[in-house]
Design a protein around this ligand. Structure first.
Ligand code: ACO
Length: 328
């Protein structure tokens, strides 16, 4: 038996914010953002939208394409670092109620930008052990509400959106989710975090500022970490499976910064044209970036049964990893 991606779906908020729009808020420019990151636009959720709303809409598309109803879902995994609520209830529980998938177990995955990659491997094993048949894996983020819009070092980088996949028992035509690399370097936890608001440093009125609740990042350090682990993950997945780059149809990287991908390609002599990139339109949507990309590729009819594709991601934690998938 194998576990396949049976369908994908995505939702991004309608409101589109260009680099010029961002430049009205902080001291930056379209030229700086584009040349340093590859980003031109990002999508921003409406005031009345929360992460679960984006997740629900992406999941609804994926479910319809899978020709399943919400009653068929055994488990809902929501990979997010921007949940509806701090700690609990999980965003997955809110999505379950919106979908009326009341038979499904629910949990959030906290692995930042690598969350969807972790989710696919968890779902695969859930299916392979027979614990369930149909798993919804969602990557959903509302990062625009967790950045300090006066900090040009971070606010230019992020956007909102969600992507989803239905994982089910497979067929003979495809090996589905073949295997994965799931890794973390917890010693780098301080490099990317929201320092205040958790149990380590609760928010204290008068002592902390609202901006202390927002995302802080040591950009250069994360940049170098990302290049290193992208190369290591791709090499490991190819070696473990006895494959070469020529065997892959596409690499779908986490979309954080085009310069990270370019630098990894240059350093390890990887073919840039195998990488699917859409960061120009959505910016960094953390756990949502890979499923949004998969959905776009599906809609462009780029993915054919039997194609080998490799995902690779990295983010807060510091987490990193990838999946080798044969498209079903
Ligand atoms: N506009 C204009 N100038 C800027 C901006 C901006 N938006 N941001 C920074 N600068 C300035 C800096 O102040 C600095 O000026 P100085 O030289 O006078 O001090 C100069 O530009 C260079 O700054 P650097 O930080 O060295 O810029 P760099 O080229 O490294 O790019 C960036 C910064 C884009 C953040 C890069 O380091 C990066 O991409 N890091 C990785 C980010 C990432 O991948 N995060 C993923 C994880 S996200 C998650 O997990 C939720």
């Amino acid at each position: 038996m194998n576990a396949i991606i049976r369908s994908v779906g995505a939702y991004v908020p309608k409101k589109r914010m260009s680099n010029d729009d961002v430049a009205k808020m902080v001291d930056t420019s379209d030229e700086w953002i584009l040349s340093h990151t590859g980003i031109k636009n990002r999508h921003i959720a409406a005031e009345d939208e929360a992460t679960s709303d984006l997740a629900y809409k992406a999941a609804d598309v994926a479910l319809k394409r899978a020709d399943l109803t919400s009653a068929d879902i055994d488990l809902i995994l929501v990979a997010t670092c921007t949940p509806d609520y701090v700690g609990f209830p999980s965003t997955a529980c809110i999505v379950q109620d919106k979908l009326k998938a009341h038979h499904a177990g629910c949990l959030d995955i906290s692995a930042a930008c690598t969350g969807f990659i972790y989710g696919l491997e968890i779902a695969k094993n859930f299916v392979l052990t027979g614990a369930g048949k149909n798993i919804l894996v969602i990557g959903a983020e509302l990062l625009s509400r967790t950045v300090d819009w006066s900090d040009r070092n971070t606010c230019v980088l992020f956007g909102d959106g969600a992507g989803a996949a239905v994982i089910t028992t497979g067929n003979a035509k495809s090996n589905g989710i073949i295997n994965s690399v799931l890794q973390a370097e917890g010693q780098g936890a301080d490099l990317l975090k929201r320092p205040v608001g958790g149990t380590r440093t609760p928010f204290i009125e008068g002592k902390h500022k609202e901006s202390d609740l927002m995302t802080k990042m040591a950009g250069q350090e994360v940049y170098h970490f990302a290049i290193r682990v992208i190369i290591a993950t791709i090499k490991k997945l190819l070696n473990v499976n006895g494959l070469t780059m020529d065997d892959l149809a596409y690499i779908i990287p986490h979309q954080a910064n085009i310069r990270i991908i370019q630098a990894a390609c240059k350093r390890a002599k990887l073919p840039l044209d195998k990488f699917y990139l859409n960061i120009d339109e959505y910016a960094n949507t953390s756990a949502a970036s890979i499923p949004i990309a998969l959905n776009e590729m599906h809609e462009k009819k780029m993915l054919k049964t039997g194609d080998l594709v490799l995902t690779v991601g990295f983010g807060g934690g510091l987490t990193y990893g990838g999946n080798l998938i044969q498209w079903a």
